[in-house]
Design a protein. Structure first.
Lengths: 350, 248
């Protein structure tokens, strides 16, 4: 890693995110409703993956139970707004608080574990919550699902169109990204990176391992819960199948494909997952007309293996590498051109 | 400065430290040697607050720190450089060093930066590689980073767990000389756990042999170097075992 790449990793300027989001916010001006729906879905996943990248990539802790927080946010919003008649904003807030509390209670015993044990414990937690969604039929509607979740209102404006939800979710993604970048570049961020590097060494230099692991787990649970709440209001119908262990695995795949050590990997990984998923839905039935819905997990499983073999750092570092190479080539070409021009007395272009 | 009395530590049912006693003064270098499983690393872990002892007392500058956890122990000025260096391999050398000052960075930025400059001067070899990831350094360089990181905590007591592990003899010599200089020039008290007995005894003021969780032999480093039992056990004569050492 040279000085430039370190600068890219530690670059805390808001220029990059501002340019990215300015361009992104132009999409509704030119895109169709289908395009907007796809980008809105990318936004939902990106919001979760930002938190998960912090947890997995920066703090080195694995979670196979994040679908539970996604579900807690979604069902809290659904129940509070459709059944109890509260404001969606209050419901989103309460969902986030419940998720934070659950994450804290689960995190205290779970983060004493490491590696496979931690993965299995979080997977178990996800399965328990999924079963609760299925069995608590009086609250969640069970397997039949929860219907009639109202849309979000703000100062009399109702978020009903794809366009309005597109702006809403990406605004949350922007805020989450800025917040996470601030954490990464703070003392907490250095602490998290040290935990990821070596827990023994982090402990030896006085980093409070448990405190930071819990803080980041709770933060990622809040992001995930908000995403779940917004999803519930966007689609107006949810059922437990949205929050299975498979969802948790897909979320982790997105984070790994995007790049664990870069917060932008969350957005790139989510985009890759949604766009490839859409392509698969179009092309797979053409070649395999009788195939069931399980082809997705096979495909993404395969993609994960290939990513781990050929791009273990994920897509974003790969893009950065290519960009650096192109820049280097350009610089060499420009130097060669200057030398050539000097040699031919300024007639190189003739 | 540091006083340890009747220290007992268990790992589950295993009685690893069985009544350890010793005392250290400022600027002293104590080498602890012993075979695998003698309890050397557990002793350092207990002093660093990683393991809590079941019995006994650790006193630092007259204050009982037995129940202090790692964070408080580091803040007190007792720092451990763990076994196998444990470098943050993805982070640069500079970041590795700065992380050593983690507990004091926010309230002591100026001093931290001054200490950083001093530590870079202490390890000139690291000067050229401050932006290189820790994982790309050689074993000796990594050990220097690990010691430097420990020093960034501004410790009064620095504990090192097998710093010579897997290093070439010349590098070991360099590192031992640096440790000696730290004691002499900066007044740092050092507890050095080593399997490389010769190297450890050469730089130490005092030394002790740990066997089965007990201090089997202790004295000045010179006394131990000349002790026939030590010579038999560690410098080549094959018939002495740790049992014989226990009988001394």
């Amino acid at each position: 890693m040279n000085k430039k790449s370190l600068k890219l990793i530690y670059n805390n300027s808001l220029v990059g995110p501002s340019i990215f989001f300015a361009l992104l916010f132009c999409i509704p001006l030119v895109g169709s409703n289908y395009t907007l729906a796809i980008f809105t879905m990318i936004g939902f996943y990106a919001l979760i993956c930002i938190g998960l990248t912090m947890l997995t990539g920066y703090a080195g802790q694995i979670s196979l139970g994040h679908a539970a927080f996604y579900g807690i946010g979604a069902y809290t919003s659904a129940y509070m707004t459709a059944t109890l008649g509260f404001s969606p904003w209050l419901a989103i807030l309460v969902g986030a608080l419940i998720s934070a509390l659950v994450a804290l209670l689960i995190g205290i015993p779970t983060f004493k574990l490491k590696g496979y044990y931690l993965a299995l414990a979080t997977l178990g937690f996800g399965i328990i919550v999924y079963t609760a969604f299925k069995e608590l039929t009086s609250i969640t509607g069970g397997s039949n699902g929860f219907f009639g979740i109202p849309s979000i209102h703000l100062f009399g404006f109702e978020f009903v169109t794809d366009q309005s939800y597109f702006y809403l979710i990406w605004l949350f993604v922007f805020m989450a990204l800025v917040f996470s970048r601030n954490i990464i570049h703070s003392r907490i961020g250095r602490g998290l990176r040290s935990i990821e590097g070596s827990e023994i060494a982090a402990d030896a230099v006085g980093v409070n391992l448990m405190k930071y692991k819990l803080q980041i787990f709770v933060t990622s649970a809040i992001f995930t819960s908000i995403s779940g709440s917004l999803l519930a209001h966007y689609v107006s119908f949810i059922n437990p199948n949205l929050f299975t262990a498979n969802t948790s695995i897909y979320l982790l795949i997105m984070v790994i494909i995007g790049g664990l050590n870069n917060i932008w990997g969350a957005i790139v990984g989510s985009a890759a997952y949604v766009l490839l998923g859409e392509l698969l839905k179009h092309f797979v039935p053409v070649f395999f007309p009788n195939i069931g819905g399980e082809f997705e997990i096979v495909f993404f499983g395969l993609l994960l293996v290939l990513t781990l073999i050929y791009m273990p750092n994920g897509l974003v570092p790969q893009f950065m590498k290519i960009a650096r190479k192109l820049k280097k080539k350009e610089r060499h070409a420009s130097i060669a051109f200057t030398i050539d021009t000097q040699a031919t007395g300024g007639k190189a272009n003739d | 400065m540091l006083k340890v009395e009747n220290l007992h530590t268990y790992h589950g049912h295993l009685h690893v430290l069985d009544g350890i006693d010793f005392e250290l003064v400022e600027g002293e270098l104590l080498s602890i040697v012993g075979s695998n499983g003698a309890g050397k690393s557990t002793l350092l872990g207990t002093l660093a607050g990683v393991y809590s002892p079941s019995e006994g007392k650790i006193e630092y500058k007259g204050i009982d720190i037995t129940k202090d956890g790692v964070q408080k122990t580091v803040a007190n000025g007792i720092c451990l450089v763990p076994e196998r260096r444990q470098i943050f391999s993805a982070l640069s050398v500079k970041d590795n060093l700065m992380l050593g000052a983690y507990h004091r960075y926010s309230r002591d930025k100026k001093t931290v930066h001054r200490d950083y400059e001093e530590i870079v001067e202490l390890f000139p070899r690291l000067k050229q590689m401050l932006n290189r990831p820790g994982g790309l350094l050689s074993g000796g360089e990594q050990q220097m980073v690990a010691i430097g990181r420990g020093l960034m905590a501004n410790p009064k007591v620095l504990m090192l767990d097998e710093p010579s592990l897997g290093l070439a003899p010349l590098i070991v010599k360099d590192i031992m000389n640096i440790l000696r200089r730290l004691c002499d020039e900066r007044g740092v008290t050092i507890i050095l756990v080593e399997q490389n007995v010769k190297a450890a005894l050469k730089v130490a003021d005092r030394a002790c042999v740990l066997a089965h969780g007990k201090m089997a032999i202790s004295g000045t480093a010179q006394e131990l170097l000349n002790d026939p039992k030590i010579q038999e056990a560690y410098f080549g004569k094959p018939h002495t075992t740790s049992k014989n050492i226990m009988q001394v």
